[in-house]
Design a protein around this ligand. Structure first.
Ligand code: MN
Length: 245
């Protein structure tokens, strides 16, 4: 990562007051180049955040997640969070330039919402792979899962129940909590509510209606069960190995 890009990310995160961004920048600074790619957000030459392309074709996750949903979800919804985050950061820069912080509460809320939405979607796309190609929990990740949940099956059941029962729009999140040094399963309401500070997402599942409604309508539980057919456990394990040292 170039100094310019790192400085921008540091400035951007600090300016946004984004607790969720700051640990990622901190982690990226300690990891080698390949590992840092798991925990960094792409920016363009002007320093604005950009939308990563999907790491596979729109139809790659079928029949579990359909191409039309992926196209709308990535190209419209996720792109909207990138735009919203850049807009909030620009609004903060403008406020600093004018010395007028009258709208800073709204800007901080926008940065938290869109910044968290951008981060979680960047992880979500990489957390999935074509059916049958994502491997199984193994190695150090599996040992930690066994320690903290008893078994991979019990973890998966808790993750599914947690994701299915999110009130309204949100996420199920398997995260590494570095102070307690354990894996935790969280709900997020919207993108940013109900976090545990410092917890680093490893496996995330979008349960907003836009993630499943075209194909599954109100059957969120069925979508959640089918998600496990496309989980990329190799990606989850790489994230775990990078942060749980
Ligand atoms: Mn989404």
């Amino acid at each position: 990562m170039s100094n310019t890009r790192r400085d921008f990310m540091k400035l951007g995160a600090a300016a946004a007051g984004l607790s969720v961004l700051a640990p990622f920048e901190g982690i990226a600074g300690r990891l080698d180049h390949e590992e840092a790619g798991l925990f960094s957000l792409p920016v363009d030459a002007s320093g604005e955040y950009t939308l990563s392309p999907l790491p596979y074709a729109y139809e790659a996750l079928e029949p579990h997640i359909d191409a039309q949903t992926m196209r709308l979800h990535h190209d419209i919804h996720h792109a909207g969070y990138v735009k919203g985050l850049n807009g909030a950061l620009a609004g903060m820069a403008d406020a600093r330039a004018k010395g007028d912080f009258g709208l800073i509460d709204r800007l901080a809320q926008k940065a938290a919402f869109h910044g968290s939405g951008h981060i979680l979607h960047e992880i979500f796309w990489k957390n999935m792979a074509a059916p049958g190609s994502g491997g199984k929990p193994a190695g150090a990740l599996l040992r930690q899962i066994n320690r903290d949940f008893g078994s991979a099956d019990a973890m998966q059941k808790q993750f599914a129940a947690t994701s299915t029962s999110v009130e309204g729009s949100g996420w199920g999140i398997l995260a590494w909590e570095p102070m307690g040094r354990r894996l935790v399963i969280l709900q997020a309401e919207k993108h940013q509510n109900l976090t545990q500070w410092g917890a680093i997402p490893l496996l995330v599942l979008d349960v907003w209606e836009h993630a499943y409604y075209l194909k599954y309508q109100n059957k969120r539980g069925e979508y959640v069960q089918n998600f496990f057919n496309v989980v990329n456990w190799n990606d989850v394990a790489a994230r775990f190995d990078a942060v749980a040292r």
